[in-house]
Design a protein around this ligand. Structure first.
Ligand code: LMR
Length: 329
């Protein structure tokens, strides 16, 4: 009889834990590499807020900023392994998964962030969200950051010849590597979390980034000059594990989709404002000098970087480049 009781007890315990499981919220981890006070940081927090409001008790969203949980080197594998559910890498970091997204790294392709936005909203832009599903990554949305500026530990930074022989930290992108080689500089791929120290210790002389990333990482404290080049973009794709997503209950998927839409609008509306705010803060901090460029200076950078396009045209696709160019209107 005591054996019967044990079996009975075990089955009661089992059914309890099964119903407890059914009521436990699904834990969704969102990992990224930047600070909270940046466009992506704000977008991730908005996603958490809206998702938990729309799906009360059904999901818990945990946001991990600043490469706390996973940095650049590990985050994509982490999504594929199911250790984290959402990440939003810069579009420069996908070239192991698709060549087409390299488009966004072509120097001086987009005139401004409005053009980036128009392209991403076009049929060709939206199609790129699905360009990695065969590799297990589902693109959920594009989130904006802004135009890139170039910084170095030198006083003079107005023309391409000023960076000859200098070492630059780049994101893990072959296009960006080619861009700096074309200028006679030495690019080095480094994870975002390592950039400040690399600049501070002189492992590299310079880097390229948006105002919000420069300010929130304090790069302006370890650089002498930031040239207002606007020579490229840093923008993101929020991605998730396609298999995990397809296996979610219908109502959860719908709620998360809605939350992603709201977070996208919120982050994208905030991006320009945060970059402008941080540009001003950098000016006020009066540490690195902000170098404005003349039309002729900018034309010189554009001309010097132009050969990079031809190198990647076959990989990216000439038609896709043409579609992107049309968005400049
Ligand atoms: C970088 O590595 O410089 C950026 O991609 C970081 C980011 O996510 O904005």
């Amino acid at each position: 009889p005591s054996r019967m009781l044990t079996v009975l007890g075990a089955s009661i315990a089992l059914s309890f834990s099964a119903s407890a499981l059914a009521q436990n919220p699904i834990v969704i981890k969102f990992s990224h590499v930047v600070a909270d006070a940046t466009p992506k940081g704000q977008g991730a927090m908005k996603f958490k807020e809206v998702a938990e409001k729309l799906l009360p008790g059904k999901v818990t969203v945990q946001v991990f900023p600043n490469s706390q949980l996973f940095g650049d080197a590990k985050e994509m594998e982490a999504v594929l392994l199911g250790d984290v559910q959402f990440i939003a890498p810069s579009l420069s970091k996908f070239d192991r998964y698709t060549k087409q997204v390299q488009l966004f790294d072509l120097p001086f392709l987009f005139d401004d962030m409005e053009a980036v936005d128009r392209f991403q909203g076009s049929a060709e832009g939206k199609a790129l969200l699905n360009s990695m599903t065969n590799r297990g990554l589902k693109g959920m949305a594009y989130w904006h950051n802004g135009m890139k500026q170039l910084s170095t530990n030198k006083d003079k930074l107005t023309r391409p010849e000023d960076i000859k022989g200098l070492k630059f930290r780049i994101q893990a992108s072959d296009v960006l590597e080619a861009q700096f080689r074309q200028l006679g500089a030495n690019p080095q791929k480094l994870a975002f979390a390592e950039v400040y120290q690399a600049l501070q210790t002189g492992v590299v002389d310079g880097q390229e980034n948006t105002w919000s990333n420069i300010y929130s990482q304090k790069f302006h404290e370890v650089q002498k000059t930031i040239a207002n080049t606007n020579h490229g973009v840093i923008d993101y794709m929020v991605v998730t594990n396609a298999k995990w997503w397809d296996g979610l209950p219908e109502d959860i998927r719908a709620g998360l989709e809605k939350a992603m839409e709201e977070a996208t609008v919120f982050a994208n509306n905030k991006a320009a404002e945060l970059n402008e705010r941080d540009r001003k803060r950098i000016l006020e901090a009066n540490q690195a000098k902000v170098q404005e460029l003349s039309k002729e200076d900018v034309a010189a950078w554009r001309k010097a970087m132009e050969p990079v396009w031809k190198k990647f045209e076959a990989d990216i696709g000439a038609d896709l480049i043409q579609s992107a160019l049309k968005s400049n209107q």
